[in-house]
Design a protein around this ligand. Structure first.
Ligand SMILES: Cc1ncc(COP(=O)(O)O)c(C=O)c1O
Length: 334
Protein backbone atom coordinates (compact mmCIF):
# COMPACT_ATOMS: atom_id res chain seq x y z
CA UNK A 1 0.00 0.00 0.00
CA UNK A 2 2.85 2.36 0.88
CA UNK A 3 4.56 1.67 -2.44
CA UNK A 4 1.38 2.10 -4.47
CA UNK A 5 0.66 5.35 -2.63
CA UNK A 6 4.11 6.69 -3.53
CA UNK A 7 3.81 5.64 -7.19
CA UNK A 8 0.23 6.85 -7.58
CA UNK A 9 1.16 10.32 -6.31
CA UNK A 10 4.16 10.47 -8.63
CA UNK A 11 6.95 9.75 -6.14
CA UNK A 12 8.36 6.79 -8.06
CA UNK A 13 11.77 6.95 -6.39
CA UNK A 14 10.38 6.25 -2.93
CA UNK A 15 10.41 2.51 -2.28
CA UNK A 16 12.54 1.66 0.78
CA UNK A 17 10.93 0.70 4.07
CA UNK A 18 13.08 1.25 7.15
CA UNK A 19 12.35 -0.94 10.17
CA UNK A 20 14.11 -1.88 13.41
CA UNK A 21 16.24 -4.67 14.81
CA UNK A 22 14.54 -6.67 17.58
CA UNK A 23 11.21 -6.73 15.78
CA UNK A 24 8.87 -9.17 14.12
CA UNK A 25 6.51 -8.39 11.27
CA UNK A 26 5.77 -11.81 9.81
CA UNK A 27 7.14 -14.82 7.99
CA UNK A 28 6.33 -14.02 4.34
CA UNK A 29 9.48 -12.83 2.58
CA UNK A 30 8.59 -9.12 2.50
CA UNK A 31 7.54 -9.05 6.15
CA UNK A 32 10.53 -11.17 7.14
CA UNK A 33 12.88 -8.76 5.37
CA UNK A 34 11.57 -5.97 7.60
CA UNK A 35 11.66 -8.15 10.72
CA UNK A 36 14.75 -7.72 12.87
CA UNK A 37 15.29 -11.08 14.50
CA UNK A 38 18.38 -13.02 13.50
CA UNK A 39 17.07 -16.40 14.61
CA UNK A 40 13.88 -16.07 12.59
CA UNK A 41 15.65 -14.69 9.50
CA UNK A 42 18.59 -17.10 9.51
CA UNK A 43 17.16 -19.92 7.38
CA UNK A 44 15.70 -17.54 4.80
CA UNK A 45 18.67 -15.16 4.72
CA UNK A 46 19.72 -15.72 1.07
CA UNK A 47 16.12 -15.27 -0.07
CA UNK A 48 15.23 -12.06 1.72
CA UNK A 49 15.76 -8.61 0.33
CA UNK A 50 18.19 -6.42 2.20
CA UNK A 51 16.35 -3.50 3.80
CA UNK A 52 17.64 -0.86 6.26
CA UNK A 53 17.13 -1.50 9.99
CA UNK A 54 17.68 0.95 12.84
CA UNK A 55 18.25 0.21 16.54
CA UNK A 56 15.29 -0.68 18.77
CA UNK A 57 13.95 1.52 21.59
CA UNK A 58 15.23 -0.97 24.15
CA UNK A 59 15.65 0.94 27.43
CA UNK A 60 16.86 -2.06 29.48
CA UNK A 61 19.64 -2.65 26.94
CA UNK A 62 20.01 0.87 25.59
CA UNK A 63 21.97 0.69 22.32
CA UNK A 64 23.60 4.02 23.31
CA UNK A 65 24.43 2.98 26.87
CA UNK A 66 22.10 5.63 28.32
CA UNK A 67 20.08 5.55 31.52
CA UNK A 68 16.53 6.96 31.46
CA UNK A 69 17.86 10.16 33.11
CA UNK A 70 20.52 10.71 30.46
CA UNK A 71 18.46 9.54 27.47
CA UNK A 72 17.91 12.04 24.69
CA UNK A 73 15.98 9.59 22.50
CA UNK A 74 19.07 8.84 20.44
CA UNK A 75 17.31 5.69 19.23
CA UNK A 76 14.71 7.89 17.48
CA UNK A 77 17.45 10.07 15.98
CA UNK A 78 18.81 6.87 14.45
CA UNK A 79 15.85 6.98 12.04
CA UNK A 80 16.85 10.43 10.79
CA UNK A 81 20.42 9.27 10.26
CA UNK A 82 19.24 6.22 8.33
CA UNK A 83 16.90 8.29 6.13
CA UNK A 84 19.79 10.64 5.32
CA UNK A 85 22.22 7.79 4.63
CA UNK A 86 19.72 6.03 2.37
CA UNK A 87 18.56 9.27 0.74
CA UNK A 88 15.15 10.76 1.66
CA UNK A 89 14.00 10.52 -1.96
CA UNK A 90 14.32 6.74 -1.80
CA UNK A 91 12.55 6.17 1.52
CA UNK A 92 8.85 5.36 1.41
CA UNK A 93 8.01 4.35 4.98
CA UNK A 94 9.18 3.48 8.46
CA UNK A 95 7.54 0.53 10.21
CA UNK A 96 7.64 -0.39 13.90
CA UNK A 97 5.74 -2.21 16.62
CA UNK A 98 4.67 0.46 19.17
CA UNK A 99 5.40 -2.06 21.93
CA UNK A 100 7.65 -4.87 20.68
CA UNK A 101 6.12 -8.30 21.21
CA UNK A 102 7.60 -11.65 20.21
CA UNK A 103 11.25 -10.72 19.82
CA UNK A 104 11.91 -9.03 23.14
CA UNK A 105 8.90 -9.32 25.44
CA UNK A 106 6.86 -6.11 25.67
CA UNK A 107 9.46 -3.42 25.00
CA UNK A 108 7.78 -0.16 25.89
CA UNK A 109 9.52 2.91 24.39
CA UNK A 110 10.26 5.96 26.47
CA UNK A 111 7.66 8.75 26.30
CA UNK A 112 8.51 11.06 23.44
CA UNK A 113 9.98 8.35 21.23
CA UNK A 114 7.07 8.02 18.82
CA UNK A 115 6.42 11.77 18.86
CA UNK A 116 10.01 12.25 17.65
CA UNK A 117 9.65 9.44 15.11
CA UNK A 118 6.49 11.13 13.74
CA UNK A 119 8.32 14.47 13.41
CA UNK A 120 11.21 12.83 11.56
CA UNK A 121 8.84 10.99 9.20
CA UNK A 122 7.01 14.26 8.46
CA UNK A 123 10.30 16.10 7.87
CA UNK A 124 11.32 13.66 5.12
CA UNK A 125 7.90 12.81 3.67
CA UNK A 126 8.10 9.24 4.98
CA UNK A 127 5.00 7.25 5.98
CA UNK A 128 4.74 5.94 9.54
CA UNK A 129 3.34 2.41 9.66
CA UNK A 130 2.65 0.90 13.05
CA UNK A 131 2.45 -2.87 13.33
CA UNK A 132 -0.24 -3.42 15.95
CA UNK A 133 -0.77 -7.08 15.12
CA UNK A 134 -0.08 -7.86 18.78
CA UNK A 135 -0.77 -4.56 20.49
CA UNK A 136 -3.93 -3.46 18.67
CA UNK A 137 -7.56 -3.88 19.75
CA UNK A 138 -7.08 -2.97 23.39
CA UNK A 139 -4.12 -5.16 24.34
CA UNK A 140 -2.16 -2.30 25.93
CA UNK A 141 -5.12 -0.55 27.52
CA UNK A 142 -5.94 1.72 24.56
CA UNK A 143 -7.63 0.73 21.31
CA UNK A 144 -4.21 1.03 19.67
CA UNK A 145 -0.91 1.26 21.54
CA UNK A 146 0.26 4.24 19.50
CA UNK A 147 -2.53 6.28 21.14
CA UNK A 148 -0.53 6.25 24.39
CA UNK A 149 1.72 8.85 22.79
CA UNK A 150 -0.94 10.88 20.95
CA UNK A 151 0.61 10.06 17.59
CA UNK A 152 -1.43 9.54 14.42
CA UNK A 153 0.31 7.05 12.10
CA UNK A 154 -0.34 6.77 8.36
CA UNK A 155 -1.19 3.10 8.60
CA UNK A 156 -2.06 0.66 11.35
CA UNK A 157 -1.82 -3.08 10.80
CA UNK A 158 -3.91 -5.09 13.25
CA UNK A 159 -4.87 -8.74 13.53
CA UNK A 160 -4.67 -11.07 16.51
CA UNK A 161 -7.12 -9.37 18.89
CA UNK A 162 -9.53 -8.63 16.07
CA UNK A 163 -10.48 -12.30 15.97
CA UNK A 164 -10.08 -12.63 19.75
CA UNK A 165 -7.23 -14.99 18.94
CA UNK A 166 -9.63 -17.60 17.60
CA UNK A 167 -10.37 -16.62 14.02
CA UNK A 168 -7.99 -15.46 11.24
CA UNK A 169 -8.82 -11.87 10.43
CA UNK A 170 -6.62 -8.83 9.92
CA UNK A 171 -7.02 -5.25 8.87
CA UNK A 172 -4.98 -2.34 7.58
CA UNK A 173 -6.30 1.04 8.63
CA UNK A 174 -5.13 4.04 6.68
CA UNK A 175 -5.78 7.72 6.06
CA UNK A 176 -8.01 9.54 3.60
CA UNK A 177 -4.83 10.92 2.01
CA UNK A 178 -3.49 7.45 1.16
CA UNK A 179 -6.90 6.15 0.14
CA UNK A 180 -7.45 9.23 -2.01
CA UNK A 181 -4.05 9.01 -3.73
CA UNK A 182 -4.71 5.39 -4.74
CA UNK A 183 -8.31 6.11 -5.73
CA UNK A 184 -7.29 9.08 -7.86
CA UNK A 185 -4.19 7.30 -9.18
CA UNK A 186 -4.57 3.74 -10.37
CA UNK A 187 -8.10 3.56 -9.01
CA UNK A 188 -7.51 -0.03 -7.88
CA UNK A 189 -5.54 -1.25 -4.90
CA UNK A 190 -3.35 -3.86 -6.61
CA UNK A 191 -3.18 -6.40 -3.79
CA UNK A 192 -5.69 -9.20 -4.10
CA UNK A 193 -5.76 -12.48 -2.21
CA UNK A 194 -8.09 -15.44 -2.52
CA UNK A 195 -9.60 -14.84 0.88
CA UNK A 196 -9.34 -11.08 1.27
CA UNK A 197 -12.58 -9.35 2.25
CA UNK A 198 -13.73 -12.70 3.64
CA UNK A 199 -17.29 -12.20 4.96
CA UNK A 200 -17.01 -14.70 7.81
CA UNK A 201 -13.75 -13.14 8.98
CA UNK A 202 -15.31 -9.66 8.80
CA UNK A 203 -18.40 -10.81 10.73
CA UNK A 204 -16.15 -12.32 13.41
CA UNK A 205 -14.14 -9.09 13.67
CA UNK A 206 -17.31 -7.01 14.01
CA UNK A 207 -18.68 -9.36 16.68
CA UNK A 208 -15.42 -9.18 18.64
CA UNK A 209 -15.25 -5.38 18.46
CA UNK A 210 -18.88 -5.15 19.52
CA UNK A 211 -18.27 -7.45 22.51
CA UNK A 212 -15.19 -5.49 23.56
CA UNK A 213 -17.18 -2.26 23.34
CA UNK A 214 -20.23 -3.50 25.20
CA UNK A 215 -18.14 -4.88 28.05
CA UNK A 216 -15.72 -1.95 28.12
CA UNK A 217 -12.82 -4.39 27.89
CA UNK A 218 -10.23 -1.85 26.77
CA UNK A 219 -10.68 0.03 30.05
CA UNK A 220 -10.47 -3.31 31.79
CA UNK A 221 -7.23 -4.15 29.97
CA UNK A 222 -5.70 -0.89 31.27
CA UNK A 223 -6.92 -1.49 34.84
CA UNK A 224 -6.00 -5.17 35.09
CA UNK A 225 -2.74 -4.47 33.25
CA UNK A 226 -1.67 -2.02 35.94
CA UNK A 227 -2.46 -4.68 38.56
CA UNK A 228 -0.54 -7.33 36.59
CA UNK A 229 2.57 -5.18 36.22
CA UNK A 230 2.58 -4.32 39.90
CA UNK A 231 2.24 -7.99 40.89
CA UNK A 232 4.90 -9.15 38.42
CA UNK A 233 7.46 -7.01 40.26
CA UNK A 234 7.34 -9.71 42.95
CA UNK A 235 9.41 -11.82 40.54
CA UNK A 236 12.43 -9.56 41.12
CA UNK A 237 13.07 -11.74 44.17
CA UNK A 238 14.72 -14.15 41.69
CA UNK A 239 18.20 -12.97 40.64
CA UNK A 240 17.61 -14.32 37.10
CA UNK A 241 14.79 -11.82 36.57
CA UNK A 242 16.51 -8.81 34.99
CA UNK A 243 13.56 -6.73 33.86
CA UNK A 244 9.79 -6.70 34.24
CA UNK A 245 7.92 -4.38 31.88
CA UNK A 246 4.63 -3.92 30.11
CA UNK A 247 1.68 -1.79 29.14
CA UNK A 248 -1.91 -2.87 29.72
CA UNK A 249 -2.38 -6.62 29.60
CA UNK A 250 0.86 -7.02 27.65
CA UNK A 251 3.88 -7.75 29.81
CA UNK A 252 7.35 -9.21 29.56
CA UNK A 253 9.85 -10.74 31.97
CA UNK A 254 13.47 -10.82 30.81
CA UNK A 255 15.88 -13.39 32.22
CA UNK A 256 19.59 -12.81 32.77
CA UNK A 257 22.49 -14.82 34.15
CA UNK A 258 23.63 -11.78 36.10
CA UNK A 259 21.42 -8.88 37.07
CA UNK A 260 24.53 -6.76 37.69
CA UNK A 261 26.00 -7.13 34.21
CA UNK A 262 22.80 -8.10 32.35
CA UNK A 263 24.77 -11.05 30.96
CA UNK A 264 22.54 -13.32 28.93
CA UNK A 265 22.25 -17.09 29.21
CA UNK A 266 23.88 -19.39 26.67
CA UNK A 267 21.09 -19.81 24.06
CA UNK A 268 21.80 -23.58 24.09
CA UNK A 269 20.31 -23.71 27.60
CA UNK A 270 16.96 -22.58 26.12
CA UNK A 271 16.00 -20.85 29.36
CA UNK A 272 12.90 -19.28 27.83
CA UNK A 273 11.59 -22.67 26.71
CA UNK A 274 12.36 -24.18 30.13
CA UNK A 275 10.37 -21.46 31.90
CA UNK A 276 7.53 -21.80 29.44
CA UNK A 277 7.37 -25.61 29.64
CA UNK A 278 7.44 -25.61 33.43
CA UNK A 279 4.78 -22.90 33.60
CA UNK A 280 2.67 -24.86 31.11
CA UNK A 281 2.89 -27.99 33.27
CA UNK A 282 1.65 -25.90 36.19
CA UNK A 283 -1.27 -24.47 34.17
CA UNK A 284 0.02 -21.21 32.70
CA UNK A 285 0.64 -20.43 29.03
CA UNK A 286 3.36 -17.87 28.32
CA UNK A 287 4.93 -16.98 24.98
CA UNK A 288 8.64 -17.81 25.26
CA UNK A 289 11.16 -15.88 23.20
CA UNK A 290 14.87 -15.41 22.73
CA UNK A 291 17.31 -13.26 20.82
CA UNK A 292 16.19 -9.90 22.21
CA UNK A 293 19.67 -8.87 23.27
CA UNK A 294 21.52 -9.32 19.97
CA UNK A 295 19.37 -11.41 17.66
CA UNK A 296 20.45 -14.76 19.12
CA UNK A 297 21.05 -14.21 22.85
CA UNK A 298 18.54 -13.11 25.49
CA UNK A 299 15.54 -14.87 27.03
CA UNK A 300 12.11 -13.64 27.97
CA UNK A 301 8.54 -14.67 28.62
CA UNK A 302 5.75 -12.63 27.04
CA UNK A 303 2.39 -12.49 28.81
CA UNK A 304 -0.88 -11.55 27.12
CA UNK A 305 -3.74 -12.83 29.28
CA UNK A 306 -7.38 -12.49 28.27
CA UNK A 307 -9.10 -9.16 29.01
CA UNK A 308 -11.59 -10.95 31.28
CA UNK A 309 -8.84 -12.09 33.69
CA UNK A 310 -9.62 -11.36 37.35
CA UNK A 311 -7.31 -10.12 40.10
CA UNK A 312 -7.37 -13.58 41.70
CA UNK A 313 -6.35 -15.15 38.40
CA UNK A 314 -3.51 -12.63 38.01
CA UNK A 315 -2.32 -13.62 41.50
CA UNK A 316 -2.44 -17.24 40.35
CA UNK A 317 -0.57 -16.39 37.13
CA UNK A 318 2.22 -14.68 39.08
CA UNK A 319 2.37 -17.53 41.62
CA UNK A 320 2.83 -20.12 38.86
CA UNK A 321 5.49 -18.06 37.10
CA UNK A 322 7.21 -17.49 40.44
CA UNK A 323 7.28 -21.23 41.06
CA UNK A 324 8.56 -22.03 37.57
CA UNK A 325 11.34 -19.42 37.80
CA UNK A 326 12.19 -20.66 41.29
CA UNK A 327 12.53 -24.26 40.06
CA UNK A 328 14.81 -23.23 37.21
CA UNK A 329 16.93 -21.00 39.42
CA UNK A 330 17.45 -23.97 41.73
CA UNK A 331 18.42 -26.17 38.80
CA UNK A 332 20.89 -23.53 37.61
CA UNK A 333 22.06 -22.96 41.17
CA UNK A 334 21.61 -19.17 40.87
C1 LIG B 1 3.85 -7.77 15.67
C2 LIG B 1 3.55 -8.81 14.65
N1 LIG B 1 3.45 -8.45 13.36
C3 LIG B 1 3.17 -9.34 12.40
C4 LIG B 1 2.99 -10.66 12.70
C5 LIG B 1 2.73 -11.62 11.59
O1 LIG B 1 1.43 -11.95 11.49
P1 LIG B 1 1.05 -13.26 10.64
O2 LIG B 1 1.71 -14.39 11.36
O3 LIG B 1 -0.42 -13.29 10.72
O4 LIG B 1 1.57 -13.04 9.29
C6 LIG B 1 3.08 -11.10 14.02
C7 LIG B 1 2.85 -12.53 14.31
O5 LIG B 1 3.17 -13.10 15.27
C8 LIG B 1 3.37 -10.16 15.01
O6 LIG B 1 3.49 -10.51 16.30
Amino acid sequence: MARQYQVDRGKHTKFKVISRWTSYHGNTLGALALSGHTGRRRYYQPLIQHTPHIVPAYCYRCPFGRKPESCDLECADDLEKMILYEGPDSVSAFMAEPVVGATAGALVPKDGYFQKIREICDRYDVLLIVDEVMTGIGRTGRNFAIEHWGVAPDMIVCAKGLGAGYYPVFGVITTEAIHGAIKNGNGNFVHGHTYSQNPLACATGIAVLDYIDRHDLVTRSAKMGAYLLEKLKFLYRHPIVGDVRGLGLFAGVEFVRSRETKETFDPALKINALVSNLAFDKGLIVYPGGGGADGMRGDHALLAPPFIITEAQIDQLVAILDEAIGDISKELDI
